[in-house]
Write a protein that binds this ligand. Sequence first.
Ligand code: AMP
Length: 283
Amino acid sequence: MQVIEAVQGLRRHLVDLRQDSIALVPTMGCLHAGHVSLIRKAKRLADVVVVSIYVNPLQFGEGEDFEQYPRTFEEDVRICEAEGVDVLFHPHNLYADDGAKITLKVHDMDCVLCGASRVGHFDGVVTVVNMLFNIVQPNLAVFGEKDWQQLTILRRMVADLHMPVSIVGSALIREKDGLAMSSRNRYLKDNERQQALFLSQVLRLMQQLALQGKTNKHILDLGLKYLAKSHIQVEYLDIRHEHSLLPSMRMPLTTDRLFVAATIGQTRLIDNMPLLENLEKVE
Ligand code: AMP
């Protein structure tokens, strides 16, 4: 595996590999089994796998955890090597010395869910992913369903901007007890780790209510009541159409998805699930 820090060095290295298909897996490092599942999917789909590790300052708002974000580079290298990654791209900085003067802007899709509180976050995400696409020029890029809104926005980015890249989604990976894996889980103290389980539990409860034929409004009300007992700081709990991200308040549909975000102690966590799991899709 080649570890490359410079954009020009990466470009030179990839010249000889262009006759093969290239998959990119963008990450911010502190790799866990969720990231590994993306890497394995990329390996199944392409000849060459490039993993990028870059904690992108543009997607962090003021007061967010950019400085504290866990950086575990040596362990990440070991994981990538063990998974047969071909190139690990680890730039120090992707922005001009005098700051980012040209960026991409998301419209409407970032006014809901995480975007509502993390103003500018998705502009930072699409800008850096666009940069990575320009640098690596991959045939495909793999992103996790853990960050469903991000995946939806990136699909729209390549469609709207006619980018020659396929966006591949990869299933959300959980701990055995249901907690969605996240680099930020390592911030959690023992009691917070217990409280964090409310997130996946409330979504499972809402799935059961959907199977019982309750309306989405009823399901949401009961979900909110359940979370109110948890004493965690809920940012949102919502049922939305999986592609448009518009609210869905009628009867459960196979295209509906559950979304939750909450802060536990100092740690902001998100989770999502289909409202109707394992049912055949009717669009
Ligand atoms: P991050 O390093 O958190 O920016 O995540 C890099 C990529 O890994 C994104 O596409 C995430 O959606 C994905 N990812 C993070 N956690 C998980 C998980 N638990 N399951 C699946 N994909 C994940």
